[in-house]
Design a protein around this ligand. Structure first.
Ligand code: 13P
Ligand code: SF4
Length: 327
């Protein structure tokens, strides 16, 4: 067991005022107007990006925002599969991603050709795909889910269908426990969320007795089991507002703390730790920098495009998710 754990916790305390915008942030806001653009940002983006975004949220909220966006340009501050989803649901817009290399280990763990081979060998499986997957995988799936609606999606699948859940085995296992539904799990995982450990979380909990632990379902079961609440990043905001506690330990990517501090400014948030670090960044999410956001507007690149046959096939299970979410 790597027993490092010799760091101080990362704590975001209440702040009376948000920081003033920097010249580069002002420049981005002017460019956004010039390009008739909207900036959609995931909760894991750096604070400077969250501050210039029109909407900050989880994968589900971002999908709705992308679909209803009226602006000519969607500048998507997140990772590749999220920008791709925006293009699938709203193909008439130009979709920009500040860094094309911003991928996702979870998405990479399920290549479309391997899923196609699995389906050929198991033609009757009902494929539930976590939104953290490529357009090619979505095109092969029956319904998409996010961490915010996965339980609701699985509960609506006919009981006589055998489910294959891709690509996150940890989220899939959690959904299976919540729904009582047996599922085949694709052996993928998020490299960042599996780094949280019980011993690291318990160490920080000992320093903040009484602080509830809220964890993302991509964490391993041992960590989920010691959490007071397991939920999507958006539901973490709701949890933080509703819990009577004033200090909360947040076991997910560290960008989430900025969103929480903005929405619940009077509370203190402590980053979920790993064995070697007081907090945990997703290296893909953090490839987007404020300079790259500005440059994306200036050059109108990199743009996301999805070949039409894949886009229209991928739209079907995404639309099913958006419709089922409203039920
Ligand atoms: P959320 O939809 O909960 O924001 O999760 C997205 C993600 O990439 C988690 O790692
Ligand atoms: Fe993918 Fe994990 Fe990063 Fe989320 S945190 S984008 S699942 S690698």
């Amino acid at each position: 067991m790597p027993a490092v754990l010799n760091y101080e916790p990362l704590v975001l305390s209440p702040r009376s005022e948000a920081p003033r915008l920097t010249p580069i942030q002002e420049e981005i806001i002017a460019l956004k107007r010039e390009r008739n653009a909207v900036i959609l940002a995931h909760n894991y983006q750096i604070e400077a990006i969250q501050q210039v975004a029109d909407y900050v949220g989880d994968s589900l909220g971002l999908s709705y925002q992308a679909q209803s966006a009226q602006a000519d340009v969607i500048l998507f501050c997140g990772v590749h599969f999220m920008a791709e989803t925006a293009k699938i649901v709203n193909p008439g817009r130009t979709v920009l991603l500040p860094d094309l290399e911003a991928g996702c280990s979870l998405s990479d763990s399920c290549p479309a050709d391997r899923l196609a081979a699995y389906k050929a060998a198991n033609p009757n499986v009902y494929v539930v795909a976590y939104i953290n997957c490529s357009a090619g995988v979505k095109a092969l799936s029956d319904v998409i889910c996010t961490s915010g609606n996965a339980v609701k999606m699985v509960n609506q699948i006919p009981a006589d269908r055998e489910i294959l859940f891709v690509p996150d085995q940890n989220l899939g296992q959690w959904v299976s426990q919540k729904t009582g539904r047996q599922m085949r799990l694709w052996p993928g995982s998020c490299y960042a969320h599996v780094m949280f450990t019980v011993q690291a979380v318990e160490k920080v909990r000992a320093q903040f007795p009484g602080a509830p632990v809220v964890a993302h379902p991509e964490c391993v079961q041992a960590v989920r089991d010691i959490a007071d609440e397991v939920c999507s990043t958006e539901l973490m905001v709701k949890f933080a507002k509703e819990t009577p506690a004033n200090e909360i330990i947040v076991v997910t990517e560290s960008g989430m703390l900025h969103r929480l501090r903005k929405e619940v400014p009077h509370k203190t948030f402590i980053a979920g730790p790993t064995d070697t670090c007081a907090c945990n960044d997703c290296r893909f999410m953090k490839m987007n920098t404020i300079e790259k956001v500005r440059d994306a507007f200036k050059t109108m690149s990199p743009q996301i495009d999805v070949p039409e046959p894949i886009r229209s096939a991928a739209l079907i299970p995404i639309q099913r998710m958006l419709d089922w979410s409203k039920r």
